[in-house]
Design a protein around this ligand. Structure first.
Ligand code: NAD
Length: 306
């Protein structure tokens, strides 16, 4: 298949990974009218992701003052999304966003599988938090069609997307991605490639240092977050931000940053590593630096970074 000029408004698209980000990105695509296939090998993750997507669509239609089915004016976004464990279901997707766990071997497996399953024109976008996009492209036979689309969390509520262009990403792929994101209502910000890009090279150190401050007893978790909110005007402090992202994802991302930079500042502090080891991985577990009530919207629906 040749180069595409555009992602047509009703073109089928794909999402790999039904977790925190995958369900949110799928919601964005369905709300824009695209049929979406979401692939995740884990049945529980598919079920949980589908429940959050349904809850997100209901909330969105309430906020927009519309019926969840779009009032009959357009296709029901819920009916546009299908969950499966088969990458081959993405065979005719024009654009696929990979939202699998932040570990290089996991991303490598996904990208090699996508390369086999999809047509030559399909763009592979990664929601990676920190892995250089050029490295991800090397797992495919089409590094020119690979780009970073670092959506923020929660994806349906955050317009900005950090778009990462590797040295091998083609002009066509960049133009196609920017056009597609703009049409679904996102505001792309293009940056160069490198571990953690702009966002997470800075944010991950901040979360890790905030955890170290807590560990040393300089202030409790509420106070650390209040300082950032009230002194700096941040909408959310670094510890609640870490809880929202998921402390397992924070540790995975710090590991990627340390591996790719050799910089020991990215080693997760003992408190952060300990919370992950005991399963206190943040909002999705009901506890992390803070504790949270459990519900699909409460766990993943608060406005923050990503
Ligand atoms: N959580 C955030 O705030 C945030 C923000 C921006 C980007 N990201 C990035 O987005 C990606 C996903 O993060 P998340 O927070 O949604 O993680 P998550 O742990 O909530 O979800 C990851 C999903 O990947 C699935 N998975 C594992 N192996 C797979 C495979 N081989 N094929 C398909 N799916 C597979 C898991 O079953 C799980 O459902 C990561 O790269 C992360 O760094 C996360």
């Amino acid at each position: 298949m040749g180069e595409r000029k555009d992602i047509e408004p009703d073109a089928p698209v794909g999402v790999v990974g039904a977790g925190t980000m995958g369900a949110g990105v799928a919601q964005c695509f369905a709300q824009a009218g695209h049929p979406v296939v979401v692939v995740d090998p884990d049945a529980a993750a598919r079920e949980d992701g589908a429940a959050r997507l349904r809850a997100g669509l209901r909330l969105s239609s309430l906020l927009r003052g519309r019926r969840p089915d779009g009032g009959g004016a357009a296709a029901d976004p819920l009916e546009l999304v299908r969950f499966t464990d088969e990458l081959t279901a993405l065979g005719d997707a024009a654009f696929v966003v990979e939202c699998a766990r932040e570990q290089v071997p996991v991303k490598e497996k996904v990208l090699r599988g996508l390369d086999e399953a999809c047509g030559a024109g399909t763009v592979f976008a990664s929601c990676t938090s920190a892995i250089p996009v050029e490295r991800l492209g090397s797992f495919t036979g089409r590094p020119d069609r690979v780009i970073g689309t670092h959506f923020m969390n929660p994806a349906p509520l955050k317009d900005a997307v950090e778009v990462v262009r590797s040295p091998l990403t083609s002009e066509d792929t960049l133009a196609l991605t920017l056009g597609f994101l703009a049409r679904i209502g996102k505001k792309p910000i293009v940056v160069g490639d490198g571990p953690g890009f702009v966002t997470n090279r800075v944010l991950m150190l901040t979360v890790n240092e905030a955890a170290a401050v807590l560990q040393q007893g300089t202030a409790d978790a509420e106070t650390v977050d209040r300082v950032f909110q009230e002194c700096f005007g941040h909408p959310m402090g670094p510890l609640r931000t870490g809880d929202l992202i998921g402390l397992d994802t924070i540790v995975d991302t710090l590991d990627v940053l340390r591996e790719h930079t050799g910089d020991e500042r990215f080693r997760p502090c003992a408190l952060l590593a300990g919370l992950v080891a005991e399963g206190s991985v943040g909002r999705k577990a009901g506890r992390g630096f803070h504790t949270y009530p459990q519900s699909p919207l409460a766990t993943r629906g608060e406005n923050s970074h990503g």
